[in-house]
Design a protein. Structure first.
Length: 148
């Protein structure tokens, strides 16, 4: 089940929490939700940039506070373009979320995320939502950014 909230996914409403987001397989970090993460914590970007290779389906669990772990999910192949409008790889997302589910279940974490894969990934939320519902058995909170 998914609970939809208005707010900032970098500030989970329930802890302990895993903040889940999508990264690309090219090593690019500098647009989209990662900017919000980097403005709050340096560790997720540092861990991502330390990777020697970026393989679709891989996940980095980066603990940023006692109660919050950021999950860097490598589920985007390159960048979206006019000729290839969807860079999000749904099978890689499925693999990533399988790992996230096991990790969160083992560590008693809830999942918090923006609408992953829709912006820079170019996918439709309806397709991503299906993967989330099939894969995650822990509580999931999806945040829609709202300026106050």
């Amino acid at each position: 089940m998914i609970t939809y909230l208005s707010g900032d996914a970098t500030q989970p409403t329930k802890t302990p929490a895993a903040i889940v987001h999508v990264c690309n397989d090219l090593g690019g970090w500098g647009r989209g939700f990662v900017l919000a993460l980097s403005s709050r914590w340096s560790e997720p970007e540092t861990a991502y940039r330390r990777l020697a290779t970026y393989s679709l389906g891989d996940v980095q669990a980066v603990r940023v506070t006692e109660d919050v772990t950021v999950m860097n999910c490598i589920a985007q192949h390159g960048y979206a373009s006019k000729s290839r409008p969807q860079a999000l790889d749904l099978s890689a997302l499925h693999a990533c979320l399988g790992y996230v589910n096991d990790y969160c279940r083992d560590h008693t974490l809830t999942v918090h995320m923006p609408r992953i894969g829709c912006g820079l990934g170019g996918a439709l939320w309806e397709d991503i939502e299906v993967v989330i519902l099939k894969t995650l058995t822990v509580p999931v909170y999806v945040y829609d950014w709202e300026l106050s």
